[in-house]
Design a binder for this molecule. Structure first.
Ligand code: SF4
Ligand code: SF4
Length: 269
């Protein structure tokens, strides 16, 4: 959730769907311009990190070290990187420049969604999870009720949200499955570390695949290994399969014949 700390935030208590209309126009002519980029709580998804590390020409290790602190995904205990705000008096986003967002084409999903909030209901009796949306109205944001009417679905399209969510689908599913287990089952530290590396640190996971005994244990087709060497999204996909197998026993990654079920490899550095 995109939520500047200590600033009043109102989530309009009306459940919206993709066809719901609203009016919103952000503009550098408004006196609130870039206020939303200060003291903001911005969680970063796997797709955000892959885009940002590429844009900034950093490894995922470097990006995570320089730009993020550690947060937790609500009601899950699962770790998530949070964008660190500047430590000076502006407390602004590190990517904010005089003209506005300095990384606009690769801005995080949270920034793209604003002023829409999204959530998912996990229906126990239905196979499909149900998505819902709401409007976030903060007192400092003057863009509400300006501009042409747009539906929530059109907003998702216009902000490039669907493409990043497509890259995040495996991560989203893991988070929803964790939520459905409920808060009374705690997660081991090792599982959190696996989740963090697999979801957010693609370069560390790539090293883990190529430099540990990973490929002696799991059947990974050679074309997939070649993709993992150069493609961050392919690496993320393999990480998701590894976690689905390890956490839930989903048969999405085969063990080599000589491996006994239950054998493990160290994920630590
Ligand atoms: S209109 Fe809202 S989103 Fe746009 S700059 Fe102002 S505070 Fe930020
Ligand atoms: S990434 Fe861009 S849009 Fe998002 S808070 Fe930072 S400067 Fe603002």
């Amino acid at each position: 959730m995109y939520a500047p700390k200590d600033k009043p935030q109102v989530i309009v208590p009306v459940r919206l769907d993709e066809s719901s209309p609203f009016c919103f126009k952000c503009s550098n002519e408004l006196s609130c311009f870039t206020k939303c980029c200060r003291e903001a709580h911005i969680i970063l998804t796997p797709g955000d990190i892959i885009r940002l590390k590429k844009r900034l020409k950093l490894s995922s290790d470097e990006f995570l070290f320089v730009y993020t602190s550690l947060g937790t995904i609500e009601n899950t205990e699962l770790p998530v990187p949070v964008l660190k705000m500047r430590e000076d008096e502006t407390k602004s986003c590190p990517f904010l420049v005089r003209e506005g967002c300095g990384i606009y084409e690769d801005r995080p999903l949270t920034c793209r969604y604003y002023p829409i909030a999204s959530g998912t209901f996990h229906n126990l009796d239905e196979s499909q999870d149900e998505r819902f949306f709401a409007l976030v109205k903060e007192s400092h944001c003057l863009g509400h009720d300006l501009g042409d009417e747009i539906t929530v679905g059109e907003w998702l399209d216009s902000q490039g949200i669907r493409e990043i969510e497509q890259a995040n689908r495996g991560w989203t599913e893991l988070v929803l499955r964790r939520k459905s287990i409920g808060p009374f089952i705690t997660i081991q530290e090792k599982t959190k570390q696996m989740f963090f590396m697999g979801c957010y640190n693609v370069d560390a996971f790539r090293r883990f695949v190529l430099e540990s005994k990973f490929l002696d244990i799991y059947e990974v087709p050679s074309e997939r290994i070649e993709q993992v060497k150069t493609d961050d999204y392919a690496t993320l996909d393999l990480a998701i399969d590894w976690m689905r197998l390890t956490f839930f026993g989903d048969p999405v990654l085969a063990l080599k014949e000589h491996i006994v079920e239950g054998d493990t490899i160290e994920t630590g550095p």
